[in-house]
Design a protein around this ligand. Structure first.
Ligand SMILES: Nc1ncnc2c1ncn2[C@@H]1O[C@H](COP(=O)(O)OP(=O)(O)OP(=O)(O)O)[C@@H](O)[C@H]1O
Ligand SMILES: [Mg+2]
Length: 503
């Protein structure tokens, strides 16, 4: 048994954990839940020696652990998969999996690459990762990177496995494979602790649930006593009500953006075309890797475009980069890879929110930043999205994962784009912020007449926002949904089954 007792931890301006006591039993899958910034990752990092608690103890099998860093935890067979993807992009999959145990594979200065690749392959198979172990990580999708991190944690021969939002960039299928594996590990008596914002998966996989709010433990109970409404109430301190948005109305004639025959050699697709109308939210639905993000990246020439044309308001345009798209054509793209591409972690929360809309902080037309205005603009979004930060001048890198996510969405919502392409906007954000981000996206289209392309693998999100949905499968657009077939009332549970039937 792993026992946390009386643990407290503070950071400047934040009491991240206050007097936390929880027990984690052998052969148990234990979910830690709470809003963004509630303290979940901090507790995990204390358990695995990355942070030192200010007060309290962690003990395993009755013995107090006094860990000095993560290496120490690994020696005690405790391993963690981080919320953020931490990888060496220029190294191979196998090298990333073994990088903390290279000594095992080295003799008299010679590295046994064959043994390394075989070792890696064994754990890659366990997580269902079907790729050559020599492949460089740089070219892989977020989902694949996440699976590699899990393979790496398993390879440490763990007894306690900490998974911090392990499914945030996985598809339904990959998450199923992972859960299958986690169940097997549980059978072997392992202690598995995991964090998730997806309550459906918590209901399926967890044995026990512990809920945090603002650094305090609100309750801990067996999953059978924890229906979603109770969990949500514990997390946010009140009942949650879904708002009703209705269906978005937009003209079918007024094509704002058209992509014709977009072709990419690196991603392996040919002649993909679509149109999007003014003021509509067009959904791109499909599994990760099905071509949704790849099509956008190619259309914007972030990844090389090998053919095809783009028309804006009927006129051909040449988009040669992300920058041209934004500054010349007012097309914004919120990448799914926010952690790697989206934020300046060494800059303040305020600067990050305003970075795409600097002109709104100018002194009139003079291109000189008025700091007071910048603070006002940033403050507006920080309040509305309930970004949990000691102040707007805190460095973005100090915030919890979900709060960083909120910033990277906020900065695009603050930007002045006519067309906004948003990739997986609510992965990792808590239920309140998710609802609010939905409302903001909805209002951009419904009230401001902006055009939105929404890429998501969350069918509920798609259905509650999109007016038309294009279905992607195997790098092809295989169908279009519009109309009543996917309309549901807010709050109505639309099962992922609908999504599964299309992909
Ligand atoms: N290294 C740090 N320096 C300063 N503050 C920190 C640091 N790590 C965490 N915090 C703060 O501690 C609080 C708890 O953060 P934590 O990362 O544990 O939240 P979380 O529950 O994991 O949230 P999320 O769902 O967003 O990942 C937050 O207010 C966060 O800003
Ligand atoms: Mg976290």
């Amino acid at each position: 048994m792993l026992e946390v007792s009386g643990v407290s931890k503070s950071f400047p301006g934040v009491k991240a954990l206050q007097d936390i006591s929880v027990q984690f039993h052998d052969g148990e899958i234990h979910a830690l839940l709470g809003e963004n910034g509630a303290g979940k990752s901090t507790l995990m990092k204390i358990i695995c020696g990355i942070y030192k608690a200010d007060k309290g103890t962690v003990s395993l099998d009755g013995k107090e652990l006094k860990l000095h860093g993560y290496g120490d935890a690994v020696r005690h067979h405790i391993s963690m998969v981080h919320q953020e993807i931490q990888m060496i992009p220029e190294a191979s999959i196998a090298e990333n999996i073994i990088n903390d145990k290279i000594a095992q594979f080295t003799k008299f200065g010679f590295v046994n690459w064959k043994a390394i690749n075989e070792f890696a392959l064994k754990y890659m198979k366990e997580v269902g990762l079907d790729l050559p172990p020599e492949k460089k990580v740089r070219f892989l999708s977020a989902a694949h990177k996440q699976l590699i991190q899990i393979a790496k944690a398993l390879s440490a021969d763990a007894r306690v496995l900490l998974l911090d939002e392990p499914t945030s960039s996985l598809t339904l299928h990959e998450a199923d494979v992972l859960f299958e594996l986690v169940r097997k590990l549980k059978e072997k008596g392992m202690i598995i602790i995991f964090v998730s914002h997806k309550l459906e998966e918590v209901q399926v996989i967890a044995d026990r649930v512990t809920v945090f709010r603002d650094g305090k433990l609100v309750g801990s109970d067996h999953i059978k006593n924890m229906e979603n409404s109770r969990i949500i109430k514990m997390m946010i301190g009140r009942d949650f009500v879904y708002s009703y948005r209705g269906r978005l109305d937009a003209g079918d004639k007024d094509v704002v953006l058209e992509a014709k025959n977009i072709t990419s050699r690196i991603h392996g697709f040919k002649n993909l075309s679509f149109q999007v109308h003014r003021g509509e939210i067009l959904g791109f639905y499909g599994l990760v890797g099905s071509g949704r993000t790849e099509l956008i990246r190619t259309m914007l020439n972030i990844d090389k475009c090998d053919g095809g044309e783009v028309f804006l308001e009927g006129k051909p345009v040449k988009i040669d980069s992300f920058k041209t798209a934004l500054h010349k054509y007012k097309i914004g793209y919120v990448t799914e890879n926010r952690k790697e591409e989206g934020l300046f972690l060494e800059h303040t929360v305020g600067t990050n929110i305003c970075v795409n809309s600097l002109n709104k902080s100018y002194y009139g037309r003079i291109p000189f930043i008025n700091l007071k205005k910048e603070r006002e603009n940033a403050g507006f979004f920080a309040n509305r999205l309930e970004i949990k930060t000691p102040s707007l001048s805190t460095l973005a890198g100090k915030l919890s994962g979900g709060n960083q996510q909120k910033i990277s969405i906020a900065k695009w919502l603050a930007a002045d784009c006519d067309i906004l392409i948003i990739d997986e906007p609510t992965v990792g954000v808590d239920i309140g912020a998710k609802e609010y981000i939905h409302e903001l996206i909805w209002n951009l289209a419904a009230k401001e007449g902006k055009t939105v392309i929404l890429i998501s693998s969350d069918m509920n999100e798609m259905i509650s926002l999109a007016r038309r949905i294009l279905i992607f499968k195997d790098k092809q657009i295989t169908g279009e949904l519009s109309g009543e077939e996917f309309f549901a009332k807010p709050g109505e549970e639309i099962s992922a089954e609908i999504g599964k039937s299309f992909v």
